[in-house]
Ligand binder design. Structure first.
Ligand code: ADP
Length: 757
């Protein structure tokens, strides 16, 4: 690993050396530009646009354009970009992930490559982790963009869409008596969604960008089409978005009526089958396969000759789920039954996941097995994984404080390399070694004691927890000790942004889960310099106290990274116990019994390198597991992706065309001539075509689900399910367009009939 770090380190260092001359050129150019008038600076944008249109490459104007942005940023925001920020901007322009620590000013960094790449006339998407940050960054950086004559839009959830407008001050928008909304709404004007996508720069969350793509592909009005192509995406907190949140696809769906008895019948039949004789289990792959005996029984009960021919896919799918529910899902291990419903237990950490559901009918199969109320299954209209969505961009780049440890995945999945950018000032943060206790209560007592000491001394503390429950537990204990504190749990990004920005004030104690207050920088002394930063530095800076290690080292690093910004003082330390979720995974029972034998009292910390190491190896195992499951889900989605892009492309051309001849791909002229000799209006034809594509696509998605189950169920005897799925998928898709044509014909005939009557 050390060797690898060494090599990776030099890759980044080489990059920094390589761009050194450019950085110097930009620096001296900036000095000259400082003498230019605002208008002269703004006019540069027009000149660049003309040059790019005339064939100039972006690389050839990079230095001048970056210098212009730097000067515009200085005039509008008061921030004069540091050279390391310029280097980060170049890395992003080159399609890399710029790894820059918290507080290095990534929001500003993104403006440089965004401006340059938007000069081509295509919009640049800047992807943030939540709605609040999209608005905050758009307003903050909108000053620079609009000074230079570029437009900035924001896509938020709940169909909220805005344009940045420096002259707009809509005070009616204040929804919050604390005034938190005011800050960002003052300069944001409501506009229709599609106008946002016409902006040069679009800020928005990953979910909204993806949902808009899916919505576009079930849209019937061409005037509502949102996206205008996938030119360049800069993903902020790229590890959170492209890795942590990329575990399951995004789906647009609606409930379907399937009677509960259906699942029960399959559960009952599955009960009669015997393991080994009728079916086999692969625990590792979490797959079930039928043996020839099992297949025979199934065919007998279904009264069919061959269960794998058309018509039985649905049945195979339900049986697959029923068998999985029976043999791979055990009550109180993978799930618990609470208040008459199934609650998923995270397989690694053992935490309950209320509200989450297994998909594709598996959840219902487990409900049937347990005899609890079966919930409605949903039918998918459109779906895509983040991986396949972001791979559509001509160029993809990102930034984050923590990327190197996931470098392999970024490269393998997204073809995006990671470059570690040096800090503006030397890092002074001190990472203390873990404090380990044998029991959880002892750990919590020690952590609370430490927090209390720090608070009394005046040193601000950020307490990191892995879940809301844990935050509340710490909060309760602190209340008992009368230590004032704030609790953040990612429920309200708006207010949390404000609170976390103040977490660096004297004596402040802030408890936060990993997700809370994300993307907001903590300044010593508070955001508006309420306390003197120098005083806080003397106390040791912000103390980050982790109360548990997270599932991945990267998330621990994210937490540590919240202190020690811009060369500030800062300390970090994790308090862990042998009863933590992670410790359970590496089998801490043995260690605990050794500790007991040695007669260690509960409240004495254990100093043991081996335990810290074991925790890290447990983290590595979880990371590996999640990587595998993302890769697995991606491999399957990629089979579908080929079909999806073909269908969506065709559908879009049908939505946009005004040429009956193009639409006529889908029907013969005979279908058009009713007894109604009258021409069928283009809109009627279009609707028939679009509707038919949509119905056929929904059916195809369903069949592909079944094909997946069937491939797994058949994998008995060395057959590779993914290969089977690919083969079956290709076969199913072959008839797709013919199928659409049949549907169009039916639909036009019924139109004709209605017209005759
Ligand atoms: P990050 O996302 O890297 O943690 P932010 O973009 O939130 O950092 O910026 C952190 C802080 O640094 C902000 O308060 C911002 O105003 C400040 N900052 C960024 N760049 C500069 C600069 N060049 N000069 C002065 N302050 C800067």
């Amino acid at each position: 690993m050390a060797l690898l770090d060494f090599i990776l380190g030099t890759e980044s260092k080489r990059y920094v050396r390589r761009v050194k001359a450019s950085v110097a050129a930009i620096e001296s150019r900036r000095k000259e530009l400082a003498k230019e008038s605002d208008d002269a600076l703004r006019k540069k944008t027009d000149d660049f646009r003309v040059a790019v249109k005339g064939g100039a490459t972006l690389d050839s104007i990079l230095e001048e354009a970056f210098a212009v942005v730097c000067e515009a940023a200085r005039r509008t925001t008061g921030m004069d970009p540091f050279n390391v920020q310029v280097i980060g901007g170049m890395a992003i322009h080159n399609g890399s992930i710029a790894e820059m620590r918290t507080g290095e000013g990534k929001t500003l960094v993104a403006v440089l490559p965004a401006y340059l790449n938007a000069l081509s006339g295509n919009s640049v998407h800047i992807v943030t982790v939540n709605d609040y940050l999209a608005r905050r960054d758009a307003v903050w950086m909108g000053q620079v963009f609009s000074f230079l004559g570029m437009t900035v839009g924001v896509v938020n959830s709940q169909n909220q869409s805005y344009r940045y407008d420096p002259d707009h001050r809509d005070h009616d928008k204040e929804r919050d008596e604390e005034g938190a909304y005011k800050v960002v709404h003052e300069f944001l004007r409501d506009v229709p969604r599609k106008d946002v996508y016409a902006s040069d720069i679009v800020y928005g969350t990953n979910n909204e960008f993806v949902f808009d793509y899916l919505r576009d592909n079930i849209e019937y009005e061409k005037d509502n089409i949102r996206h205008r192509g996938f030119h360049f995406a800069i993903v902020d907190e790229v590890d959170s978005i492209l890795i942590d949140e990329a575990r399951s696809p995004l789906i647009i769906s609606s409930p379907v009526e399937i009677p509960a008895s259906h699942y029960t019948q399959f559960a009952t039949f599955a009960d009669t089958l015997e393991e080994e004789k009728d079916y086999t289990i692969d625990e590792k792959q979490r797959a079930v396969s039928l043996t020839p005996d099992g297949i025979q029984k199934f065919e007998r009960i279904l009264k069919v000759e061959n269960v794998y021919v058309e018509g039985s896919q649905r049945a195979v799918h339900y049986l697959q789920n029923a068998l999985k529910a029976k043999s791979l899902f055990t009550k109180d291990r993978q799930y618990v039954v609470r208040d008459g419903s199934i609650v998923i237990v995270d397989e690694f950490t053992g935490r309950l996941q209320p509200g989450r559901q297994w998909s594709e009918g598996l959840h219902q199969a487990i409900e049937a097995k347990e005899g609890v109320k079966v919930q409605q299954e949903t039918r998918t209209y459109a779906s895509i994984t983040f991986q396949n969505y972001f791979r559509m961009y001509d160029k993809l780049a990102g930034m984050t404080g923590t990327a190197l440890s996931s470098e392999e995945e970024f490269y393998k999945v997204y073809k995006v390399p990671v470059l570690s950018i040096p800090t503006n000032k030397p890092v002074q943060r001190v990472d203390h070694s873990d404090v380990i206790y044998s029991t959880r209560p002892a750990k919590l007592r020690a952590a609370v004691k430490k927090i209390q000491e720090l608070h009394e001394k005046g040193q601000p503390v950020l307490v990191g927890t892995t879940s809301i429950d844990h935050s509340e537990e710490i909060s309760k204990r602190l209340k008992k000790k009368k230590v004032p504190h704030e609790v953040l749990n990612a429920k309200n990004h708006e207010q949390e942004g404000e609170v976390i920005a103040q977490a660096g004030r004297r004596g402040m104690v802030t408890i936060a889960t990993n997700l809370a207050g994300r993307g907001v920088d903590i300044k010593l002394g508070g955001a508006d310099g309420a306390d003197r930063p120098e005083d806080i530095k003397k106390l040791g800076g912000l103390f980050v106290l982790g109360t548990e290690r997270h599932e991945s080292r990267r998330i621990d690093d994210q937490l540590r990274g919240r202190c020690g910004r811009q060369g500030d003082e800062g300390e970090t330390q994790f308090f862990i116990s042998l009863e933590d979720d992670l410790a359970r995974i590496f089998g801490s029972d043995r260690i605990r019994s050794v500790a007991q034998k040695m007669g260690l009292p509960e409240d004495q910390a254990i100093q043991n390198k081996m335990i810290s190491k074991s925790i890290e190896s447990a983290q590595k195992r979880i990371e590996g597991h999640h990587f595998d499951s993302r890769r697995f889900s991606l491999e399957y989605d990629t089979v579908l992706d080929k079909h999806r892009s073909e269908v969506y492309k065709k559908r879009r051309s049908m939505l946009l065309t005004d040429d009956q001849g193009v639409l006529a791909d889908f029907f013969s002229r005979d279908d058009l001539v009713g007894e109604n000799g009258e021409a069928v209006p283009t809109e009627t034809l279009r609707r028939a075509v679009l509707r038919s594509i949509d119905v056929a696509w929904m059916e195809h998605l369903e069949l592909m689900d079944y094909a997946r189950s069937s491939a797994n169920l058949r994998s008995y005897g060395q057959r590779e399910p993914l290969m089977e799925y690919k083969r079956e998928g290709a076969r199913l898709f072959q008839g797709f367009w013919d199928h659409v044509k049949e549907k169009v014909k039916e639909s036009l005939q019924s139109v004709a009939k209605v017209a005759e009557e």
